[in-house]
Design a protein around this ligand. Sequence first.
Ligand SMILES: *Cc1c(COP(=O)(O)O)cnc(C)c1O
Length: 373
Amino acid sequence: MQFIDLQKQYSLLESKIEQAIKVVLKHGQYINGPEVGILESVLSEYVGTKHCISCSSGTDALLMSLMAQDIGPGDAVFTSPFTFIATAEVIKLLGATPIFVDIDKTFNIDPAKLLESIENCILNKKLIPKAIIPVNIFGLLADYESINKIKAKYKLYVIEDAAQSFGATYKNKKSCSFGDVGATSFFPAKPLGAYGDGGAIFTNDDDIAKKLFSIREHGQGKAKYDNIYIGLNGRLDTIQASILLEKMKLFPNELEKREIIAEKYNKLLFKFYNKQNVSKDNKSAWAQYSILAKNEIHRLNCIKALTKINIPTSIYYPKPLHLQEAFRGLNYKEGDFPMSELIANKIFSLPMHPYLTDTEIDEISQVLIKCKK
Ligand SMILES: *Cc1c(COP(=O)(O)O)cnc(C)c1O
């Protein structure tokens, strides 16, 4: 059994993807070829935003989004410590300061604590609050109704870290359309994955979009060798765009399949395991299906029992970011974010991909029911 089975999807798309790659090889526009622009139109239409700026990775999508607002030294950017390193790494990379805010039972940033943290930051007068990066962890949208009220009150910039949530919805509105910008990833294992690195940024703001297109091309101005910003080589390869265009045709159907699989897991396991709280207005993209063990020892036992019959699992994330060595300079300590630490100690993820069969779901669930205590 595979944790994420990319081969099954490939077998369905094999001839179409090979044909699409061949077209690129023949026309030879490997950088900024026509497929890149076509993909951007398809994706912005899907998400429902005016602009889509494709780019080299989810990390660069976040980095470029911060660069577009000139975020740097002296600026505070609020985010969750229960996420992948990239979310906060890009803040530090620009010389700004990540301020972590604990999560709630959705495993996403807690809006009440966010408000408190922003007010503390203002009182402290050391850093200027500039932006919020809510993370849509495992594919579930954060609480943007509350976050955007806070954003308006303090005039902050919101970057949706949608690396795991492409395709997710809240009240039928799609992920990547809730912030000033939405940043997603096409890393192969994400809900919409390429065959290499890739990412995209979504926005309705014409000025931000224009600046992002420029940052992506080394801060290019009107002419090719005219540079108006410090930028990056942040482009998505044409071959990856052509692959994503084919995968996008299957994507809505794959999301439905993920939803059905998550419901099956829920039904079989809800009596025995706690999990992420998903409200009825939300549809997750189910990048991961994660459950909570009773404690670390119980988690180890569950993982062992599953491994014994070759069922793979993963722990996202065993160590919250405030406890990472890389962020030692921020002076956080154990106990600062109790909910994140508690979840990090109990959580583990089960196989999740659109082609998981009923037999496999049953098999996984039976093992888990047996090791429920
Ligand atoms: C994967 C991921 C990223 C980074 O995306 P890459 O394409 O791997 O650079 C950022 N944030 C979160 C939450 C992620 O899961």
